[in-house]
Write a protein that binds this ligand. Structure first.
Ligand SMILES: [Zn+2]
Length: 165
């Protein structure tokens, strides 16, 4: 797993790890088990998602995701916002809003961390290696397409994960 994974608390890793055994990974369930409410909503144009304080959520945070984007894109956004919660909780303040390019008021370094951990949650390393082996071992665009479907992520996200782009 990534170095971001090692930065998460042991308790949170224990909650998340079982979900990484089954694909497509149920990211909304991970959020809920961490006590984060997840809602799809109509957000401002060019905003993919946000994480904000919420007194109604057990964790004190809620995620809203742009319901007008594709389901696989929404899954990536949820994973990205979970990553902000896990890695950057102290910096969330009044809320973080992510553009369609996953940029926010946080630094590009923080955004890259959230993208890396988000990708790890949706396409866990051990599972990806196992599936790739099962499909012949060598990543190609065709394999990326098959695996994108299996993991319910976009083809571009899977291509990046497989080192194809
Ligand atoms: Zn972000």
């Amino acid at each position: 797993m990534s170095r971001e994974w090692d930065r998460i608390s042991k308790d949170e890793r224990a909650i998340i790890a079982p979900y990484l055994e089954h694909v497509p990974v149920k990211v909304a369930s991970i959020a809920r088990e961490l006590g984060i409410e997840v809602k799809s909503a109509t957000l401002r144009p060019r905003i993919s998602g946000q994480i904000q304080r919420s007194d109604l959520s057990p964790s004190g945070y809620r995620i809203r995701v742009n319901r007008h984007e594709t389901p696989s894109r929404q899954r990536f956004t949820i994973a990205h916002e979970i990553a902000h919660y896990l890695l950057h909780r102290e910096q969330i303040g009044d809320g973080i809003e992510d553009s369609i390019l996953y940029r926010s008021t946080l630094s590009d370094t923080r955004e890259a961390e959230a993208n890396r951990l988000g990708a790890q949650l949706l396409m866990p390393e051990a599972s990806v290696i196992r599936t790739l082996r099962e499909l012949g071992g060598r990543p190609t665009t065709e394999i990326a397409r098959i695996m994108a479907e299996r993991y319910d992520v976009s083809e571009s996200a899977m291509s990046i994960r497989l080192g194809l782009s």
